[in-house]
Design a protein around this ligand. Sequence first.
Ligand code: ADP
Ligand code: TZD
Length: 579
Amino acid sequence: MDMTTDTKLDVTDGFHLVIDALKLNGIDTIFGLPGIPITDLTRMAQAEGMRVISFRHEQNAGNAAAIAGFITQKPGICLTVSAPGFLNGLTALANATTNCFPMILISGSSEREIVDLQQGDYEEMDQLAIAKPLCKAAFRVLHAEDIGLGVARAIRAAVSGRPGGVYLDLPAKLFAQTMDAEAGKKSLIEVVDPAPRQIPAPDAVQRALGLLKSAKRPLILLGKGAAYAQADMDIRALVEKTGIPYLPMSMAKGLLPDTHEQSAAAARSYVLPEADVVVLIGARLNWLLSHGKGKTWGGKDHKAWGGQKFIQIDISPQEADSNVRIDAPVVGDIGSCVSALLAAIDSTAGSNWAKPPADWLNAIAERKSKNIGKMAETLAKDPKPMNFHSALNVVRDIIKANPDAMLVNEGANALDFTRSIVDMYKPRKRLDVGTWGIMGIGMGFAVAAAVVTGEQVIAIEGDSAFGFSGMEVETICRYNLPVCVVIFNNNGVYRGTDANPTGGPDVAPTVFVKGARYDKLMDAFGGVGVHATTPAELRKAMEEAIRSRKPTLINAVIDETAGTESGRITSLNPSTKKK
Ligand code: ADP
Ligand code: TZD
């Protein structure tokens, strides 16, 4: 079949209408995995000039699509086959929705007539019904003339308001349907203003301003919604104009450089309980912020409110009051809300805006310098075997020297230590396990980050975390992507020292093969594999990876006793959790 000439004939078909609809809306990349009924769709999309990145498992393609959406504000596209392929992609779709990343999972499906009568079709499944509760919106297209409309609705649903995952069900029969090419072209919709600005109400802005003016110990909390919004200049202006200390959530690191003097990250456990007015910008008061109450916030027990007043800037009108009372919700897109707040500050206070009281700023500065000093001491040590700190001291230097590099990060200890030790200098460079703390995002995120930005990618991976998506190192080699994977190998989940209490032949559930050589995986596909047992070896290998831009995997051997159970969230384990 000569696919390239199809569009030149007088008829078009479902395959081409899907491709044309995506392209018309500026979508140029598909992350997926071929098979019936979408194999030809992947071929034709490539023939039509789209970038088609094929993965080894749909979950990784889905994670790639989700993070591409986060980075670009355009919905990332994941394309899968029916039932099992769809289900493999579904975890990523649900995770994208949870994290407010825009993506569209497009799955081929089997024949409606057979599925609905449950007659046992090839890969039969009522995919639309299954997807619905796990995403923002789900659509099915039955007729070729509705493809343009279906794609338009999917795009709008993914990126407007609070972004999220969308499912688009395309039955096999649809692809082969033909229609007049001219009518087909006319049926496509180029979405006008897919993510409309949402301007906050002036009285909401004034209410927030009033509260902010009354603050003695104000704090700004930046979340990944603020990173997503790409309102970097205005956010920086708000922080610097008001002089308010700020805390970045994990994926908001780098929105302002972590070395900024107003960053209170190194004094987190001091500022949260002490603050009196907290401005949340694109951050939810979920478990990652201890639900805005309890001892973390100075409450007298683990459920008590700490007395803070909250201003919450968020695009979702339903977010406020989800955990504690929000005194001043400002609903709108972050760009519009922050610039409205800035304008209100200018018009009431102009250049006379009073910086926060000096005792508040001094107290923070004192804690910060103490904690930074302590950390510097720890990082300067060179224990044998290498531990998380001495290895991350290297990564910290490498990111400082390469601030444009994208940092992907997953694991437990490997995650927590990297987040706190490695400074970020630019927005949207840190990509991690997000709201769910999900393992398995690593290689999908790394591939997408490389494909979408063209920048060097550094993935810092726990050895367990890596295993969830490890086969995609072949994908990284196949597309020759500038990805340097560093596995912090401590022989197991959290650490490698658990023993089987029965003395039986099975190792403990958290333990892996000792001394595994993950670097040899990379050798198998023609990439560069390096075994590193010292910080010096790790540094040399990372520098070489960045210089060469070759696919590289470094097996960094970490002391197997170094980790703690669940990293920083040990207290969430049922046996230690407070009732
Ligand atoms: P973090 O995990 O970093 O604390 P969350 O994922 O909990 O961040 O919160 C992100 C918030 O940002 C969500 O409540 C979402 O509605 C909001 N959000 C996402 N994009 C925008 C935007 N463009 N404008 C305003 N709010 C946004
Ligand atoms: N499965 C999924 C999908 N997500 C999870 N978060 C987990 C299981 C549970 N889990 C964690 O929360 S962290 C982790 C698991 C399995 C791995 C920790 O081990 P690691 O990292 O080797 O990746 P460290 O550095 O050794 O702690």
